[in-house]
Ligand binder design. Structure first.
Ligand code: PLP
Length: 537
């Protein structure tokens, strides 16, 4: 059987080395020079007719030996999106105006491209903040978000035609590469059979069994539609099973946006500088107790102060929502011991780490088995999905097996199931995790080296397909340590890498992801780009 490694070797042999992604800044500079020369004088001053905004335009500029310039305008597939010669004098803006067209208003003649700034501007009138999830708005790094046109393998392509090496991977699901051929094939076949049954289908059994076979803690599983749903449901399970109300979470860990978890919730909330969220009643969070990550003594103290009242402990078994933070193995083992001794449940939120850190999730990697596990992202292969599972005896409280209610119209829908099944099939092939581990280690070592060489304080690390670093000496062991990082410098780093054609998560408090489609050339290109950017920030 052809393994993932064989396939990669074959692909590498057959395909010429990929050129580095086009540098956004270089592309801009080059077109900037050409266009700036063409538009350096205002033809209106010389009596030429300049097409009004909304017209289609093709501009031809010629310069004679004596230095005189001539302009001619023709109809073209491009739209004039602004008063080019009037208000747009800087080269960058002129590039944008001539290289892009506004979204198609005419039904019969579609434009070649869309203007990303116009798309995001329009989105701000339609969607709160212009986005459907806050961190996408780039608030903590400045500048507008990149508007993508399509994604493929390890790459994202924006509506301007720029290509980026993508280390966000749709925030985790794209571990086998975007638009993976095998996943797409299964999806296409399933679309013809129906996209939602709202009734049992065998695919749920197949994916469910795969999860049970791989994840040490899972004997039964329930599928839902997002990581948020998985976490809020598992919270209900912990309470229903133990008959207790209080839970312990850790500062900087994110478990979705359900009310009880919006306390010290890491990334999105930290990124926006919100200590908490308005709209969350005190009653919803006064049973949520918070401890610093990696601090077993703090957890013991909370248990002592709340004897017999704590239903369970939930945590990210490798943190990705305060930036990338690795737990001490002894911390996880200690949590296992305390929860067992206190009759409380231990939940690993593996929405991010599940099937990314290892075939059996982070719990297999660490050798610590929780009572319950939440999953999402990777098991949906790029479609909306979530899941929670655990010991049979505990999962038996979930309706209709037991009294704890939880439901979902689209839960276990066949599209998400086939995408998840094929994704897990690909990940199970020999060498998958080793491949990601090697690439990711090389990447983070290269970035840290580039930072140190340029005189920056940096620290970071990686496990398999997950990595991150901070602009501080470190070590970063919890959220408080993470906030010591220089976030202004991170913003400059982020913008610099974008200009180099490298797409990183737009927040210091987010982890980065690699996948099976990132090539060694991608990694080496990224390291070279990191050297250039570190030297100038
Ligand atoms: C650890 C963790 N739990 C839960 C969630 C929430 O998942 P979703 O965004 O699918 O609701 C996330 C999302 O990033 C996460 O990283």
């Amino acid at each position: 059987m052809e393994t993932a490694r064989d396939r990669r070797a074959r692909a590498t042999r057959g395909v010429p080395a990929r050129r580095a992604p086009p540098s956004r800044s270089r592309a801009r500079r080059e077109t900037g020079r050409a266009r700036h020369a063409a538009g350096s004088r205002d033809p209106r001053a010389e009596g030429h007719r300049v097409p009004p905004v909304g017209d289609r335009l093709w501009v031809l500029a010629a310069r004679a030996n004596d230095g005189s310039e001539a302009f001619a305008f023709f109809p073209s597939p491009f739209f004039v999106v602004d008063d080019f010669f009037g208000s747009a004098r800087d080269a960058d803006r002129q590039n944008r105006l001539l290289t892009t067209a506004r979204p198609n208003r005419s039904k019969s003649k579609p434009p070649a491209r869309s203007d990303p700034s116009q798309i995001f501007k329009a989105a701000q009138d339609i969607l709160p903040g212009g986005v459907n999830s806050p961190v996408r708005a780039f608030k903590s790094v400045g500048g507008g978000p990149i508007v993508f046109d399509h994604v493929k393998d390890a790459y994202a392509f924006d509506v301007d035609g720029n290509k980026y090496i993508d280390y966000v991977g749709s925030w985790g699901p794209a571990i086998c590469g975007h638009a993976n051929e095998r996943v797409n094939e299964k999806l296409k076949a399933q679309i013809d059979k129906g996209t939602s049954f709202g009734a049992p289908c065998e695919l749920e059994n197949v994916l469910g069994q795969m999860v049970i076979d791989r994840v040490p803690s899972v004997e039964m599983v329930r599928f839902c539609n997002s990581g948020t749903e998985a976490c809020l449901s598992v919270l209900r399970v912990m309470r229903a099973y133990t008959g207790r109300d209080k839970i312990i979470k850790f500062e900087g860990c994110y478990h979705g946006h359900a009310d009880p978890f919006l306390v010290q919730a890491g990334s999105g909330v930290a990124t926006l500088g919100l200590p908490d969220s308005p709209g969350v009643p005190k009653a919803a969070t006064n049973t949520t107790l918070c401890a610093p990550y990696n601090d077993l003594e703090a957890v013991k103290k909370i248990f002592e102060e709340n004897k017999g009242e704590i239903a369970g402990v939930i945590l990210e078994p490798v943190v990705g929502n305060s930036g990338f933070i690795i737990p001490d193995k002894s911390f996880l083992e200690g949590l296992r011991e305390i929860t067992t001794a206190e009759g409380a449940l231990l939940t690993f939120d593996e929405v991010m780490t599940g099937f990314r850190i290892s075939k059996g999730c982070a719990q297999e990697y660490w050798g610590v088995t929780p009572d319950l596990t939440t999953m999402g992202k990777v098991i949906g292969g790029g479609l909306p999905v979530g899941a929670y599972g655990g010991k049979r005896e505990i999962m038996d409280v979930v309706a209709p097996a037991g009294p704890m209610y939880q439901a979902g119209t689209l839960s276990g829908n066949p599209l998400a199931m086939v995408a998840g099944i094929e994704t897990l099939n690909i990940l199970a092939e020999e060498g998958s995790y080793e491949y990601m581990d090697k690439n990711t280690k090389r990447l983070i070592e290269g970035i840290l080296e580039a930072g140190k060489e340029a005189g920056h304080a940096v620290c970071g690390g990686s496990i398999r397909g997950m990595f991150g670093f901070f602009f501080c000496e470190g070590p970063v062991r919890n959220f408080a340590d993470a906030t010591e990082s220089d976030t202004d410098k991170f913003a400059r780093w982020h913008r610099g890498m974008l200009e180099e054609g490298v797409y990183l998560a737009p927040s210091q408090y987010e982890a980065g992801f690699t996948g099976l489609k990132h090539t060694e050339e991608d990694i080496e290109y990224t390291i070279e780009a990191a050297k250039r950017v570190m030297a100038r920030i």
